[in-house]
Every structure is written in C-alpha cells, then in structure tokens.
Write a protein that binds this ligand. Structure first.
Ligand code: AMP
Length: 176
C-alpha cells in the first residue's frame, strides 16, 4: 500500500451543507476515522514535523481534538491533556472565554494539567476562526507552557484563523 497523502484525506472528508445551521458547510471527518489506513496515515501526517523527544504533552480540544490528540499522545509516548468546554472538568480549572458570531464560549483546563516550562503541541480537527485555539493558547500561557506548535487536520483559510495565532507555528494538512 502506498503511504497516505493529504489528497487522500481530503478526498475522504465529507462536506455536509447547512449543518449545524444554514450557511455552514460542515467538514465531516468520520469517514477518515472509520478507515484504519486513512486514520493511521492522518496521524503520521499530523505528526510528521514533530522531532522525537521535543514534546512533553499533547493538548486536545473538546471534542474531536480528543480523538487525534489521544492517538498522537500514544504514538509519541507522551501525556495527553484535554481542554474542555466549561463545566465538564471536575478539578480546579482556569477558564477562558471567547466571542462567537452570536454569543460566546468558554474553554477550561485543569490548573495542574501542564507544569511551567513543559513543551506542548496542540491538536484539533479543524481551524476555523481560530477563536477556540486562541483561547486555548491563553490557558496554556497562563500555566507557563512552552507552545511548540498548533497542528490541524483541516484549515478554513478564508476565515483567517491564523491571524489570532500569529505567535506560534500553525500547520494544517488540508486547506479550503
Ligand atoms: P473556531 O474556534 O472558529 O476556529 O472553530 C473551531 C472548532 O469548531 C473546531 O474544533 C471544529 O471542530 C469546529 N468547526 C468550526 N467550523 C467547522 C466546520 N465548518 N466543519 C466542522 N467543524 C467545524
């Protein structure tokens, strides 16, 4: 079998119009997850730039970031830290709110999830406006983490999420 390419991943992503609301084209990654070769290949591509031994923890964002983040942590043999929506984590947390088109969201992290100076890589399925990732960066900075990079399977370039993340290296496999 030839190695999986970003074009293979792109071909498997399902575009669902008007979900979860009119005007949004949802990028459905479940066909990638359901295909063992593509899922494994996607993990290889997501971590292709990671120098062995250069990361202490993977940070995964609620909820699809948990899938890629946990797989990455196991593959690299490092810890995994979930960043969750407010009210889901049981221990003491730091919280960070950010604006949405309508209203706002809040993400949270356990106060002891990352120790000062630890090198972290943030993973999520998709970079849209960058609001979620930028709020997560603020939480990580509060804990004193060293952010090595932010890697996404998909990037919606027309939303320019990178503009909110300009202090850190951002990589994506499939861009629209
Ligand atoms: P944002 O904070 O705008 O960058 O949104 C990022 C989060 O929203 C990611 O965790 C995605 O899972 C989700 N998301 C935003 N837009 C889409 C989309 N068009 N298709 C699938 N997921 C999306």
């Amino acid at each position: 079998m030839p190695p999986v390419t970003a074009a293979d991943i792109e071909a498997a992503i399902r575009n669902v119009p008007d979900f979860p609301k009119p005007g949004i084209q949802f990028k459905d990654i479940t066909p990638v997850l359901a295909d063992g070769r593509l899922f494994s290949g996607a993990m290889d591509l997501l971590l292709a730039d990671v120098v062995p031994g250069s990361i202490d923890k993977i940070i995964g964002i609620d909820a699809r970031g948990f899938i890629f983040g946990a797989a990455a942590a196991v593959k690299l043999g490092v810890g995994f830290v979930p960043v969750r929506k407010k009210g889901k984590l049981p221990w003491a947390t730091h919280e960070q709110s950010y604006d949405l088109e309508y209203g706002s969201n809040t993400v949270a992290i356990h106060v002891d999830a990352v120790h000062p100076g630890e090198r972290v890589l943030l993973l999520d399925d998709l970079l849209a406006t960058g609001g979620t990732a930028a709020a997560t960066v603020k939480l990580l900075e509060k804990l004193g983490a060293r952010i090595v990079g932010l890697n996404f399977l998909i990037e919606l370039k027309f939303l320019d999420g990178r503009a909110l993340l300009s202090n850190h290296p951002v990589r994506s496999l499939v861009a629209y």
